[in-house]
Design a protein around this ligand. Structure first.
Ligand SMILES: NC(=O)C1=CN([C@@H]2O[C@H](COP(=O)(O)OP(=O)(O)OC[C@H]3O[C@@H](n4cnc5c(N)ncnc54)[C@H](OP(=O)(O)O)[C@@H]3O)[C@@H](O)[C@H]2O)C=CC1
Ligand SMILES: O=C1O[C@H](COP(=O)(O)O)[C@@H](O)[C@H](O)[C@H]1O
Length: 471
């Protein structure tokens, strides 16, 4: 693993929800794991009227609530010693704060800005960074948070605004699903081995399901959710990015551009989403959540069938499903293989068909499982459902980095491999355009269910793999 060079980290919006829940605890864990630069300063930048000590209190509170490791006194003192705060009202505030931090480190350290600000503020913060003289191409990197626009037009405008100040090589658009170990396991299984690729295509694959049900409801996020809805919160971001990795052609290397060119090809060949292939749902009780309009038509559930028109995948249905208030919380990709050409064996009664499936669990701890028919012990040549299961060894679990930590570290060392690129983001909005123009009316569904009945029918007789496994 590369060691990051001396860096001043600017946490813009450092007092907000995302910073407190993810970014600050992530930086702390990176420091404890020895993955922050040895020479490092963290400058909180927000509109609040705080001083260094006030911000350190915010940071301490954030660690007490959200750190996933114990906050030992020695580690806290080391962390607190590198933190400062500046009220971020104009360019001179940024300039002064960075001059002080850079002076403390000496030389010409790198700058990494993390923008955890409301989406409407992102482009103007980038301009402020430029006005402060802090946007140098060879020293400055900027991490951006979703949403990257809300449709094609706004995504293009956002990218154009960013590119007035920054080269694409300086921009790190976070999709935290790409930081998940389980997602990177898809890459490893597919391209570190020779046995998967020959069958990973339309000749052998029956269908692909990317299924991310969540038990949690919108839990106090009405303001955000009413503006966003499930499609933009989860599908045009995480689920389609995951599809990019599942469906990509082999890249010539894992360097950022070759890999992002290949996921870009997937998005280029992804067909515009037909609203007739989509079911929207809204969980019962959503309209009673504080802050939700009593007649809200915002979707809390999406199930969709999409297609990739490529040499490898043409004709293979790809099913996407995600929603709040559902029966279980899982992040599962299932690649379902076709049936063998003939059935030689008697099937045990619980066997419902003879298709194999390869399952990737993305949520930590990640896993890979191969579902197949194996011989039932005993005197008969009968087959039963069997599974080969791979999981992270218990002893290795503390080596896992949380997605934000992994991606933050990648940004510190300048590796864009797991970050989304402007062209990919824009293409996804292009693909979603028909659905944005003609959204289906959401169907009601009970909390704790698998979504509206109409969504069960989308996949045909075999149904959703996860629902079947939990039946
Ligand atoms: N919260 C989450 O779970 C997730 C959030 N995101 C994205 O992260 C971003 C931030 O979200 P979230 O933390 O929830 O939002 P919050 O509203 O909780 O926090 C926003 C922060 O930005 C500060 N701020 C606002 N405007 C400016 C500005 N012009 N310059 C400097 N600081 C500013 C605010 O300061 P003050 O409070 O003083 O106004 C506050 O510290 C959004 O783009 C969101 O979409 C992405 C994934 C998950
Ligand atoms: O970005 C988001 O992701 C979470 C789910 O991600 P996880 O890694 O926490 O499982 C989702 O709940 C949230 O609505 C969305 O904004």
């Amino acid at each position: 693993m590369q060691t990051p060079e001396a860096t001043v980290i600017g946490l813009v919006g450092g007092t907000g929800d995302l910073a407190r829940r993810m970014v600050i605890p992530g930086c702390f864990h990176l420091m404890v794991a020895g993955l922050l630069p040895e020479q490092c300063r963290i400058v909180g930048l927000a509109l609040d009227d705080l001083d260094d000590d006030g911000f350190k209190e915010v940071v301490r509170h954030s660690l007490d609530e959200h750190a996933r490791i114990a906050v030992e006194d020695e580690a806290w003192e080391r962390f607190a010693a590198i933190i400062s705060f500046a009220r971020a009202q104009d360019a001179s505030d940024y300039k002064t704060a960075f001059e002080q931090a850079e002076h403390a480190l000496g030389g010409a350290p790198r700058r990494l800005f993390h923008l955890a600000v409301p989406p409407s503020a992102a482009a103007s913060v980038v301009r402020t960074i430029q006005d402060a003289g802090l946007a140098d191409k060879d020293r400055t990197r900027v991490i951006l948070e979703k949403p990257f626009g809300t449709d094609l037009e706004s995504a293009r405008a956002l990218n154009a605004g960013l590119h007035e100040v920054l080269d694409e090589g300086q921009i790190f658009r976070i999709d935290h699903f790409l930081g998940k170990e389980g997602l990177q396991n898809i890459l490893a299984l597919r391209f570190a081995n020779a046995f998967i690729e020959p069958v990973f295509n339309r000749d052998h694959v029956d269908s692909i399901q990317i299924d991310v049900p969540e038990q949690l409801t919108i839990v106090g996020r009405a303001g955000f959710y009413e503006q966003t809805g499930c499609l933009k919160d989860m599908v045009t971001t995480h689920l389609l990015q995951v599809l990019g990795f599942v469906a990509m052609e082999p890249p010539v290397s894992l360097a950022p551009e070759p890999l992002r060119d290949r996921t870009g090809d997937v998005f280029a060949s992804l067909q515009p989403i037909d609203p007739a292939d989509v079911v929207y749902g809204q969980y019962d009780g959503y309209r009673d959540e504080p802050g939700v309009a009593p007649d809200s038509s915002v979707e809390t559930f999406v199930a969709a069938r999409v297609e990739i028109d490529s040499w490898r995948w043409a004709g293979v249905p790809i099913f996407l499903r995600t929603g709040k208030g559902m029966a279980v919380s899982r992040e599962t990709v299932t690649v379902v293989f076709k049936e063998p050409p003939m059935q030689l064996f008697e099937h045990a009664p619980e066997v419902h068909d003879a298709r194999n499936a390869l399952r990737f669990e993305l949520h930590d701890p990640p896993g890979i499982a191969l579902e197949f028919l194996g011989k039932q012990p005993g005197p008969h040549l009968t087959v039963e459902e069997s599974e080969l299961d791979f999981g992270v060894r218990a002893a290795d679990r503390d080596k896992l980095l949380a997605p934000y930590e992994r991606l933050f570290h990648d940004a510190l060392v300048g590796d864009q491999t797991l970050f989304t690129r402007a062209d990919g983001v824009e293409r996804v909005w292009e693909v979603a355009a028909p659905l944005l123009a003609h959204p289906p009316a959401p169907k009601p569904y009970a909390q704790g269910s698998w979504g509206p009945d109409e969504a069960q029918q989308l996949t045909g007789p075999r149904g959703w793999e996860l629902s079947a496994r939990h039946a």
